[in-house]
Design a protein around this ligand. Structure first.
Ligand code: NAP
Length: 288
């Protein structure tokens, strides 16, 4: 553990619950490894305490903090400024305190694409993605893909009460970024097959396949082909049914294990200006 001194800058996590989070271990080990005078703590904050907590953190001049469920959307209204990605996604997972000004960032999408590029050599520029899901994680991925110059994105979402809102979200991101984005009903398996057939990457950002519900998958194997990159942001289990089908067909695949690591690394860099020691953190905080 680093020595806490009179000059140690505080960073941390606000969420509910937070006890399970590996972020404190990841950040504190990184501070220690690089000899940085920072500390990271997790705070269990209920939704109705968020505003007071942010006021307190601002008054104490902390360096910054992360947000996890259920605060990523509500926090936006307490920020002095939002990055373009945060404004478009309507979510913040990282706050930086720049001399009293609180700036809201989102590093979830950055983390996802950094993990694809650095761990699997996949670059988004000019590519087409089929994205399954339109929840918080899917929206962060969609926005970052569009900002990273992905050419086209086809989103599949269940036809339910939130479909119209997802449709207008996609339309707004398309208008603001110039990316070609279309939304389809998940139940339309013909469209799903067609869109996957013309995609470079298929990304599952739904809960389908996550433990304990591990025996399900939203596509069938006739929709997959070896040239397709298949990514599942679920990391428990490490190999979802989707990834298992894709591997059997010969697709390059990646699970969600390192998305969290790279989004944390992007927050770390925002606060400290230093790169997180990724290899060291993989060795000390991750079991494959
Ligand atoms: P969320 O906001 O609740 O969104 C869940 C999405 O999954 C929604 O679009 C929902 O569809 C869809 N979905 C759920 N059940 C479905 C079903 N049976 N059929 C079709 N679609 C279904 O959750 P989230 O925060 O985005 O998280 C989604 C997944 O990503 C989770 O498995 C989570 O563990 C994972 N995740 C991983 C990381 C990482 O670091 N690797 C980070 C964040 C999240 P509707 O829109 O129709 O309701």
């Amino acid at each position: 553990m680093n020595q806490i001194t009179g000059t140690t800058r505080l960073t941390g996590l606000l969420g509910h619950p937070v006890a399970h989070s590996i972020s404190p271990m990841m950040h504190n080990k990184s501070f220690q490894k690089l000899g940085l005078d920072y500390a990271y703590l997790a705070f269990d904050v209920l939704p109705d305490q968020l505003e007071d907590t942010v006021k307190g953190l601002r008054a104490m001049n902390v360096r910054g903090f992360n947000l996890t469920m259920p605060h990523k959307t509500a926090i936006c209204s307490f920020m002095d400024e939002l990055t373009t990605a945060s404004r478009l996604a309507g979510a913040v997972n990282t706050v930086i305190n720049e001399n009293g000004k609180l700036i809201g960032h989102t590093t979830d999408g950055i983390g996802y694409f950094s993990s694809l590029e650095k761990e699997a050599g996949f670059r988004v520029t000019g590519k087409k993605m089929t994205l399954l899901g339109a929840g918080g994680a899917a929206n962060a991925i969609l926005v970052q893909a569009a900002l990273n110059d992905m050419k086209e994105i086809s989103v599949f979402k269940r036809k339910n009460a939130t479909f119209a809102a997802a449709e207008s979200f996609c339309k707004n991101v398309a208008t603001e970024t110039g990316c070609s984005i279309h939304i389809f009903e998940m139940e339309d398996s013909h469209a799903l097959k067609e869109e996957i057939a013309s995609s470079d990457i298929l990304t599952n950002a739904t809960n389908v396949g996550m433990a304990p519900d591990i025996d399900r998958c939203l596509v069938d194997k006739s929709m997959l082909y070896p040239e397709l990159f298949v990514s599942d942001i679920i990391y428990e289990p490490r190999e979802t049914m989707l990834l298992s089908l894709a591997k059997n067909i010969g697709c390059q695949t990646q699970n969600g294990l390192y998305m969290l690591l790279y989004q944390g690394a992007a927050s770390f860099e925002c606060w400290t200006g230093c790169e997180m020691p990724i290899s060291f953190i993989k060795e000390t905080c991750y079991t494959k």
